[in-house]
Ligand binder design. Structure first.
Ligand code: N01
Length: 532
């Protein structure tokens, strides 16, 4: 027995919930399939200590409902994971979204029926759906990278992945804890776990740039000010390069005297967190400008890490600042001055094995009770390529993307009619405030679907030519930036064997929105809209 709906949405994180709300408001019958037991997506799974957002709370929240904007009160400038999850749950309740979500339901396959212009979707437990449109809202960082070292199966302690954190209190008191990985997850959890554990050993392969979060409680005055000008703030974010709610600097770092530049960097360091990368307009575009930011940050790390050997290990080298995603931290560098914390450089002394009670490097054994893998994700494509998605003429997404993901606008894929991806590869996604990008794409997609319904059309298909042009454009824009100079998950470098292509769109939130508007104005150029 299968269920028939207008739209099937996969994923009940921020994107899936927004798509459900908007398409339902449009009068469509929409159902969400969610593999987990509840809403929240990445915020449901990444419950590790210290997890919080690196985009300001007021910007990392839905904009579709002014009433919701006014009634919700954020308590901190950068919300913690529990507060964000509470917010997502509030939204699910307030807009009665749960009734259309099938929890504990993992999509296993989707096959396009070209005669009926409908998708046939089968869940892992065999339940089936037929839907005109299939929307993948599965997130860009939702497929944890599998990591195994020799001997891991014999480890007698507990192994925890940051991205699949158990939904229970983990007590680190009196324990020897190891964290492998120093991306945002490792950087955020390090200071918190260090305060609880008897010993903490952090295994670092690549030193990552990190900017202080400058987190603070939200005062009533701030709350009133933001809420009295919320529409204006949203507008500013939409018209910014990254979708953040502050006005970015329009000067080049090279156009100002050094004293001024240092003052600007100092202010950004103390206030902007992730936005430090926008302290000047060309930090991510020009190597020389980037070098000025690098020199400033290196000097800051030198202040925070007095020990010269430790400082050397913790100072990022060999790639431009922000060409790999920088972390935003609350006391990361300072934590290594604690007596109970040790940093191990695993490029110098690689991990060779996990023994029943220790991590063995080429230099020595480190006793461990709890081993935490903060080793990241199969980014951008991991969750899209797990299910078997078969489009026109038996073409699978895996085959179609064997040399790297190819999309039009990051939204649609040639040969896969009526399939859409929210914040897919080729869209600003992780180079932007991803929630803002999500909302923009959902609204645009809802207009496209509505346009088709009004004109009696039921099939939307990306043309090969439009997709080929978009792939070239995404690549060309990336070459104007410093991103390709680093080995990062933006480039597909995080997984051995993954095709190395630039994954997100670096043309900025405003530029991307203008392109979407232009495509719509030109009768959805690049898509063939037809009646089947
Ligand atoms: O993952 P990562 P993450 N052996 O890929 C190391 C978002 N996020 O979960 O760089 C040993 O950044 C790896 O080393 P290397 C945010 O977009 C946001 O921390 O590959 N080490 C690296 O140090 C972020 O960028 C927040 O040499 C191994 C680390 O593990 C993204 O999620 C909070 C290894 C992985 O870093 C991912 O962050 C958290 C191995 N086999 C996350 N494999 C916010 O603040 C990998 N590493 C919103």
């Amino acid at each position: 027995m299968s269920e028939s709906v207008d739209v099937l949405i996969v994923g009940a994180g921020f994107a899936g919930l927004r798509a459900l709300y908007t398409l339902r408001e449009q009068g469509l019958r929409a159902t969400v399939l969610e593999a987990s037991a509840d809403v929240g997506g990445v915020w449901y799974h990444n419950q590790y200590p210290g997890a919080r957002c690196d985009v300001e709370s007021y910007d990392y929240s839905y904009s579709f409902s002014p009433a919701l904007e006014q009634e919700w009160c954020w308590t901190e400038r950068y919300a913690t994971q529990p507060e964000i999850l509470k917010y997502i749950n509030h939204v699910a309740e307030r807009f009665d979204l749960r009734r259309d979500i099938r929890f504990n339901t993992r999509m296993a396959s989707a096959t396009y029926d070209a005669d009926r212009a409908r998708w046939h979707v089968v869940a892992a437990d065999g339940r089936e759906w037929h839907a005109q449109y299939l929307i993948m809202a599965v997130g860009q960082l939702s497929s944890p990278k599998p990591t195994t070292y020799p001997g891991q199966d014999q480890f007698a302690g507990r192994i925890i992945y940051s991205a699949q954190w158990p939904h229970e209190h983990i007590d680190f008191t009196g324990k020897s804890v190891a964290i492998i990985g120093t991306g945002s997850s490792g950087v955020q959890m390090t200071p918190v776990i260090a305060r609880q554990a008897r010993r903490l050993t952090v295994f670092q392969r690549t030193a990552n740039y990190s900017i202080p979060a400058a987190n603070a409680p939200v005062t009533q005055d701030e709350d009133r000010t933001v809420k009295s000008n919320y529409a204006e703030r949203r507008q500013r974010a939409r018209n910014s390069p990254s979708g953040l709610g502050f006005v970015p600097n329009s000067q080049s770092a090279l156009d100002v005297p050094e004293d001024d530049r240092v003052r600007t960097f100092e202010a950004a360091w103390n206030r902007l967190g992730f936005g430090f990368a926008l302290a000047y307009k060309d930090i991510l575009l020009n190597q020389e400008s980037n070098d000025t930011a690098v020199a400033f940050i290196h000097a800051k790390i030198a202040e925070l890490v007095p020990d010269p050997v430790l400082r050397e290990k913790l100072t990022p080298q060999g790639f431009p600042f922000a060409s790999r995603r920088p972390s935003v931290d609350s006391g990361f560098y300072q934590t290594f001055s604690r007596d109970n914390v040790e940093l191990v450089d695993i490029r110098a002394t690689p991990i060779e094995a996990i023994t029943p009670d220790a991590i063995r490097t080429s230099a020595k054994d480190y006793p461990v009770d709890i081993l935490i893998y903060a080793t990241g994700f199969d980014a951008f494509t991991g969750s899209l390529l797990k299910p078997q998605i078969t489009g026109r003429d038996g073409t699978t997404l895996q085959a179609s993307w064997s040399a790297g993901p190819r999309t039009y606008l990051g939204l649609g894929v040639a040969q896969f009619p009526n399939l859409f991806i929210i914040c897919g590869p080729g869209s600003p996604s992780l180079l932007s405030n991803v929630l803002l990008s999500t909302e923009e794409q959902v609204d645009w997609l809802a207009s496209l679907i509505s346009h088709c319904a009004q004109n009696g059309l039921n099939e939307i298909e990306v043309t090969d030519a439009a997709q080929a042009d978009w792939v070239v454009h995404v690549n060309e824009r990336s070459l104007e930036t410093l991103y390709p100079k680093a080995q990062s998950y933006y480039m597909g470098a995080e997984m051995p064997g993954k095709p190395q292509v630039f994954m997100p769109y670096s043309g900025g939130v405003r530029g991307y929105r203008r392109i979407l508007q232009d495509v719509a104005k030109r009768d959805y150029a690049g898509f063939v809209l037809r009646e089947v």
